[in-house]
Each structure stands twice: as structure tokens, then as C-alpha cells.
Design a protein around this ligand. Sequence first.
Ligand SMILES: [Mg+2]
Length: 257
Amino acid sequence: MNSLLIKTRGIPVGSCEVTITGGTAPPLRLPGHALFLDIDGTLLDLAATPDAVIVPPGLPGMLRQLEQRLDGALAILSGRRLTDIDALLCPGLACAAEHGMKLRGPAGEITNRVARPALYTHWAKIFHRYAQAMPGLLVEEKEFSLVLHYRRAPEHEEELRRLAQQLVSEADDAELLPAHCAFELKPRGGTKAEALTYFMALPAFAGRKPVFVGDDVTDEPAIAKANELGGAGLHVSRDFGGSTKEVRDWLAAALAG
Ligand SMILES: [Mg+2]
């Protein structure tokens, strides 16, 4: 499946901005496919803080139906913590939490792919000091990684980028993951692309073609991996006009088809 790019709106690129190039994703046909979905910016609109997202009432039920129709070949690939994913969507879905650092298979088996960086606590103190000094910053402490959100203080982006780069340069067990209005210090390894490959080897997924939908720079390797494995890697801006509702409607149409 290839997207057809139909328009460019020319919105300037920045880490808090999204370039929308339009496009129409081809219809999703469930038989023979495995489905991988990001959450923020894909199933749900981005919000000022991670806790402020709004989950449309029908979404958890729709995901459960998709999981059943796909005989279990559905997984959520998100940067969120596993507990957050369960609280937002339906508990127990197969998922890759924290960008693929923590995996839960269809039978509930959990695999940790990484360990917390050695300097995690030191970095957390520094991030909290910055958050006290710069109103609008939010520090998110995940199981393996540490995130500094600046959506409400975008004027500090460059200073915070230099800080994150400097901190990560002190460690050989961590890397910097820039995302929408956030800098994340994470352990090396444990990516969404690796997670997609892991799931595709499980019995519920094997032999199917992977379809992944994501929206962020952090999703590009998994988008490429889905294409490489003979399926489709789709991007919310490029293939759904930048609209999470378009993604949800596309999933609903697949269920109705
Ligand atoms: Mg996202």
C-alpha cells in the first residue's frame, strides 16, 4: 500500500510543529494483516501535557473489536508507560511501551529489553531543577527513560536541546530521542522498529503483513520496517491529513468492511 500525496500546506517544521502533506491512506483490509498503532498524535490528539489527552468514548471498544477480528494480531507501539497505555485504552492489549523498551505479548508475557541508564537519578534532579526555574516545563519519569516536555515553554527549545545533548554525551548507555516538544533520555536499544519485528515473529502475527501508523520522528524506523516486511508504514501527516479522527475513521471502516 502506498500513500498518494495530494497537497502540501507548507506549515514550517519545528519540534512543536507538524508538517501536513495530506494524502489518502488506502483502505485497510484486516485479513492477512497485523496492525500496529501509536497512541499520541495517531489515535489521540496531542495535548498540552500527556495526562490531558482525551480518549473518544468508542476507541477502547473499537480496538478490542479489531484485536478480535485480527485474531490477536494487534499491538500498540507507544512511548508511554505500560500502565498509562492500560489506563487510556483497554487493559491487556499487546503493546510495546516506552518506545519498545518494555513489551507485552498477546498472552500477557512481559519482556524488558533494556535497563535504566546509570545516570538516570542524576539527570532527573537536573531536569527538575530546570522545571522549577522555567515555568511550563514538565518532567516525566518513566520506568526506563526520562522526558523533558516543553510544549508550554517552546521558547526554551534550543537551550533544552543543548542540555539534553550534553547530559547524554556523559553516558555510553543512553541516547537522546527528540520528539514532539520533548527531549527524552533513554537507554540505547529498545525501539519501536525492534518491537514490530519481535511481534511479527509471534504466532498471532507471523505470516501476516504488518501495517503501522505513527506520527512522530520516533516512528519513522517502524514505518520503514513495516514497509520492508512487505506491509505498509503510514504516517498521520502524510497519509491521514494530520487528523487523528481520519485514523480512527479508517479503522472503523476496516471493521465495517
Ligand atoms: Mg505519537
